[in-house]
Design a binder for this molecule. Structure first.
Ligand code: GLU
Length: 421
């Protein structure tokens, strides 16, 4: 068990415990939600380009399905652990419940660095994973999607493999597919869009608006890049971005298009060079003198050791679990607002839901209509969380705890009417 994974899971369970106390729910709710309903481990043999067989270990954690089919991404990362996957699946149950989706929560993972294997090997591995999981997933059973290290191409291979096994086209079994294969153009940027919408709404309450506010973004993958893109479109000033190699800071604002071009050409934003711009590490980017901080990479980056150095007034969790529970208490005491993962990065899964609805009906909305539907759902969640937070008392309760109460309320009621409790 890696310390990182254990800490993330502990933070999630600590928040769950507190939410159950705050909401006055029975102890059985904790007994059920503190462990997954089912864990599937698969070992996938892949014939590598050198002719040798390599066996990859993967998981699918199906945490809870009281509200509907399990739903959540698949992570390809060299350091994934089962504990981390359990924590991520648990957060998905709360994220889906919080946003009013008819889903439970799940998450998959394979211990692999997708950048270190060839495209053919990646396809074999993705198809192997879909084959191994085929008996356990489906549009009304468990609907995976991308997460860190996976993308629409991988979803296309997986939906193709599943459809071959089923003997018919089954679009609704994976979401965030390429547009040509029953995807929706909004899904590409939906998580970043949601991050920006949540930041904008919170900024309205804190400062009257997001316009002119400075933003630092850790992580320049799908969430970090599109988060920065939409924040700029909404009038904010993105002054720093980093990826796994580090990044750049310019107090006067960065030219995002130019930074993206450098990333695409050289593999990292760190190679971006322009007057007034200096390099920053992944630790420094969190402590810059900015208004808004968007951790959009991996978990546990804001911890007890650096929480006191955070200068932003608003932290928007693009990643899942970037703030440990201890660190969050420190930030809360300092009056910093932390918009939690299950709210701030829910644009991805909410859009997955819309894509799934389209797939089940074989009918598609255009981009604008889809984005409006997505935004309406996000705004509804934002308003419910703010109301719940103020009812529970903003001094003693964090926004995450309020969001958890809101989520647990739906899950508890579903479990109750089902007769599980
Ligand atoms: N991996 C994303 C998340 O953590 C999206 C999941 C989905 O679309 O099912 O929310």
């Amino acid at each position: 068990m890696s310390l990182k994974g254990a800490t993330f899971l502990e933070s999630v369970l600590q928040t769950l415990k507190r939410a159950i106390e705050l909401g006055g729910y029975p102890q059985e709710v904790y007994e059920i939600l503190s462990r997954p309903q089912r864990i599937i481990t698969v070992n996938i043999p892949v014939k590598m380009d050198n002719g040798k067989i390599q066996v990859f270990t993967g998981y699918r954690v199906q945490h809870n399905n009281a509200l509907g089919p399990y739903k959540g991404g698949i992570r390809f990362h060299p350091e994934v652990t089962l504990d981390e996957d359990i924590a991520l699946a648990t957060v998905m149950t709360f994220k889906n419940a919080l946003n009013g989706l008819p889903y439970g929560g799940g998450k998959g993972a394979i211990a692999v660095d997708p950048k270190k294997i060839s495209k053919r090997e990646l396809e074999e591995l993705s198809r192997g994973y879909a084959r191994a999981l085929a008996p356990f997933i489906g549009p009304e059973t468990d609907i995976p999607a991308p997460d860190v290290g996976t993308d629409p191409q991988i979803m296309a291979w997986m939906v193709d493999e599943y459809s071959k096994i089923a003997g018919r086209n089954v679009p609704g079994v994976f979401t965030a597919k390429p547009v040509i294969l029953w995807g929706n153009p909004v899904r590409e940027y939906s998580t970043g869009f949601g991050v920006a919408v949540w930041a904008r709404e919170a900024a309205k309450k804190l400062w009257g608006g997001i316009e002119g506010k400075t933003v630092a973004v850790q992580g320049f993958g799908n969430v970090g890049y599109w988060g920065a893109y939409w924040l700029i479109k909404m009038g904010a000033k993105v002054v720093a971005v980093t990826d796994s190699k580090g990044g750049v800071y310019n107090p006067n604002g960065l030219d995002l298009t130019a930074v993206k071009a450098v990333k695409d050409k050289t593999g990292s934003v760190i190679n971006y060079d322009a007057p007034g711009t200096r390099k920053v590490t992944n630790e420094e980017v969190l402590e810059l003198p900015v208004d808004v901080l968007v951790p959009a990479a991996l978990e546990n980056v804001i911890h007890k050791g650096n929480a006191n150095n955070i200068k932003a007034k608003l932290v928007v969790e693009g990643a899942n679990g970037p703030t440990t529970a201890d660190a969050e208490q420190v930030l809360h005491r300092k009056g910093i607002w932390v918009l939690p993962d299950l709210a701030a990065n829910a644009g991805g899964v909410v859009m997955s839901y819309l894509e799934w609805v389209e797939n089940l009906q074989w009918y598609f909305w255009d981009e604008e209509e889809t984005r409006n539907r997505l935004e309406r759902i996000l705004l509804d969640t934002f308003n419910r969380v703010m109301i719940r937070w103020s009812k529970l008392g903003t001094d003693n309760v964090t926004i995450r705890e309020a969001a958890y109460v809101e989520a647990v309320d739906r899950i508890y009621n579903a479990m109750k009417v089902r007769g599980w409790i």
